[in-house]
Design a protein around this ligand. Structure first.
Ligand code: PLP
Length: 419
């Protein structure tokens, strides 16, 4: 089936949830994804932060082949070897104690929210004065299921589906005074992303993170950190909160965790884990043998290939090149991020949209989030020459834009003189 036929069939048969770009991808190699007619695209988005090892990595292919021959699914009624091995690696790397495996980011986040409410209930039964309210942040994104969407800031994601889960209040991003004002014994958890992803690659300040940790510690409330986009090495550390020297009570991982096979994980401290007993929460597929085997291969590969250090180095180079571009082109109003979670914020939403399309025309995939923010989430195996290619393309697009603006304004000025 060719693209046009697929497009027509999808338009007739699928729920209309996506506005896809007209590209039909067939395979991938390294940092490139390849469309029909062998058209190669440099992928600086990696399936929205999922394909951390790029495409066709032998470690992932080998893990899928081996595990699929042995055992794909068991359900959580029985043991298989994968969960315990993976939980050991994840707890060691995140600094937390226990793991619950899910399938996606949003399910990991649901588990975190449910656990926070259950933990507050346990504390109340022990005589602690603590309520059930969540404090989430403005511009946050935690997913699309009911709990997650209730803690996601943008009204367009929540309002059509209301009423959403009650008991959520939003705090102004990085505003410590607002956080202090809204925090009370009613709060069971403060919910943050260390670096907001969909919200525009916005890092928390150290001051805000520290204040959130101190406030929660003062009442028994939990600090829950969503690392679904920023975690698993994307910022050069296993979790972005490790840049801040903060230990949360709960964190969530997903996206790159199993290299493209769906897998999510919620991790918590031993203290918080006291609130859950068999039968309270679960999933049919979460933490299946196939996903766990691939996640083990992803972690081993990141370590064997020294990819955390590589992400820091190549990400630093990418960021410095973006800063150079910002000095040359006034349309870039801000550059931010860490490792290979980067953004260039432009001065207009139209230009951001235009830039994504022009990059596509030059066979480079990026996207735009929060209207004006160009987002870069490339595979961790990105090399310096790929950065140079992307920067040259952006430079060309902004130069063309500025030239066309200059021509337009001189025609306009000329017109006024003549008029
Ligand atoms: C920070 C964050 N949390 C949660 C989610 C939801 O993850 P999923 O789409 O796997 O449900 C996302 C997805 O973009 C995310 O970026």
């Amino acid at each position: 089936m060719k693209l046009e036929a697929i497009r027509a069939a999808e338009a007739r048969l699928l729920l209309s949830t996506y506005d896809r770009n007209p590209l039909l991808f067939e395979r991938g190699e390294g940092v490139h994804i390849i469309a029909e007619n062998d058209e190669r695209y440099l992928d600086l988005l990696s399936g929205i932060g999922v394909n951390a090892l790029g495409y066709g990595h032998p470690a992932i292919e080998e893990a899928i082949a081996r595990q699929s021959r042995a055992l794909i699914h068991t359900s959580n009624l029985y043991f298989h070897a994968g969960q315990a091995k993976l939980a050991l690696l994840l707890t060691e790397r995140t600094g937390l104690d226990r793991v619950f495996f899910a399938n996606t980011g949003t399910e990991a986040w649901e588990a975190a929210m449910k656990l926070a409410r259950a933990h507050a209930g346990l504390l109340r039964s022990e005589g602690v004065n603590i309520g059930t309210k969540f404090l989430a942040l403005e511009q946050s994104f935690h997913g699309r299921t009911y709990g997650s969407v209730s803690t996601t800031y943008k009204a367009k994601y929540r309002e059509p589906f209301g009423p959403v889960v009650p008991g959520v209040e939003f705090v102004r991003f990085n505003d410590v005074a607002d956080l202090r004002e809204k925090f009370s014994h009613d709060v069971c958890a403060i919910l943050v992303e260390s670096i907001q992803g969909e919200g525009g690659i916005r890092p928390l300040t150290q001051e805000f993170f520290t204040a959130a940790r101190e406030l929660t510690e003062s009442t028994g409330a939990l600090l829950i950190v969503d690392e679904i986009q920023a975690g698993m090495g994307r910022t050069g550390k296993w979790c972005a909160y490790q840049h801040y020297d903060v230990r949360p009570d709960i964190t969530t991982l997903a996206k790159p965790l199993a290299g493209g096979i769906p897998l999510g994980a919620m991790l918590c401290t031993e203290e918080v884990a006291r609130a859950i007993h068999p039968g309270m929460h679960g999933t049919t597929f979460g933490g299946g043998p196939l996903a766990c085997a691939v996640a083990l291969a992803v972690i081993e590969t990141i370590e064997r290939e020294g990819l955390l250090a590589h992400v820091t180095e190549v990400g630093g180079y990418f960021q410095s090149k973006l800063r150079g571009l910002a000095q040359k082109h006034d349309v870039i109003v801000n550059v931010r991020g860490k490792g290979l979670m980067l953004a260039a914020e432009l001065d207009s939403a139209d230009l951001a949209k235009h830039t994504v399309q022009e990059m596509l025309r030059r066979k480079i995939l990026i996207n735009c989030t929060s209207d004006t923010v160009l987002r870069f989430l490339p595979p961790y195996i990105l090399q310096w020459e790929h950065v140079d290619e992307a920067i040259a393309a952006l430079d060309e697009i902004f130069t063309e834009h500025e030239e066309s603006n200059t021509v337009a304004s001189s025609i306009h000025a000329g017109g006024q003189v003549r008029g």
